[in-house]
Design a protein around this ligand. Structure first.
Ligand code: CA
Length: 236
């Protein structure tokens, strides 16, 4: 048996800004996929390679290479509207009673992993960086000592203004959040900023947590951002 290695480029017109489930069916091994030239993280299960794409409406191109056979390619919109997180002022500090969890204290990651690196002004001296690939994900286990209502904040740094993250709490979709640029990567300057997750109605997003361990999941949909820490701040 010999197989010819194919490489195909597809022109795709996206109808809206959304999370799209990419499925490439009938492949024997994991193909290599780029979206507008950027690599897409894929997982292969039972001959189906799947991943996620998040992008703006309009024309894009996807290249699939390294698959000997392909039966079907589909992109299915998930109808997920993003909510912009609110960036706090540079001098904002965590209030009393806040629970902090270091991003470098990560429990689980997918095939494409971030890197734990020393960064300027990072809490604990370390950050979880290299979030460059759509589909990249990580999970953290956060200990909550007291049951209650909390606001969730993310301390991040990036130069990009198109940063989208799917967030799940205890396995349930919390929201797709977007984050803005903080001015740098904390290589030589303190570029960290806290961003507070918001609800679609314009109030801070409130999560109700029991005492004990909870899991927070983040998936990169678009745009790299270094992570320093997460915070749960008692609401009200
Ligand atoms: Ca940290």
């Amino acid at each position: 048996m010999c197989s010819s290695r194919s490489r195909s480029t597809l022109a795709i017109d996206l109808p809206g800004d959304d999370r799209y489930e990419l499925r490439i069916e009938g492949v024997g091994e994991l193909p290599s996929v780029t979206w507008d030239g950027r690599p897409v993280a894929l997982e292969l299960v039972d001959g189906v390679a799947s991943g996620v794409i998040w992008d703006q409406p309009g024309g894009h191109h996807m290249t699939i290479s390294g698959a000997d056979t392909i039966e079907a390619v589909s992109l299915t919109p998930q109808a997920l509207t993003s909510v912009a997180a609110e960036m706090m002022p540079p001098d904002w500090t965590l209030p009393d009673g806040a629970i902090i969890h270091e991003a470098e204290d990560v429990a689980e990651e997918g095939e494409i992993r971030g890197e734990i690196m020393e960064k300027v002004a990072a809490s604990g001296g370390l950050a979880h960086a290299v979030w460059d690939t759509p589909g990249q994900w990580a999970r953290w286990r956060i200990e909550v000592p007291l049951a209650g209502e909390y606001h969730l904040l993310v301390r991040g740094a990036s130069i990009y203004d198109q940063i989208f993250r799917e967030l799940r709490l205890d396995g349930e979709l919390l929201q797709v959040a977007s984050f803005g640029p903080t001015g740098g990567w904390c290589r030589a300057t303190d570029d960290w900023r806290w961003s507070r997750l918001m609800a679609p109605d314009g109030d801070p997003l409130t999560v109700s947590l029991s005492a004990g361990e909870h899991t927070l999941y983040m998936q990169q949909l678009r745009g790299s951002m270094n992570l320093d820490a997460f915070a749960l701040v008692p609401a009200g």
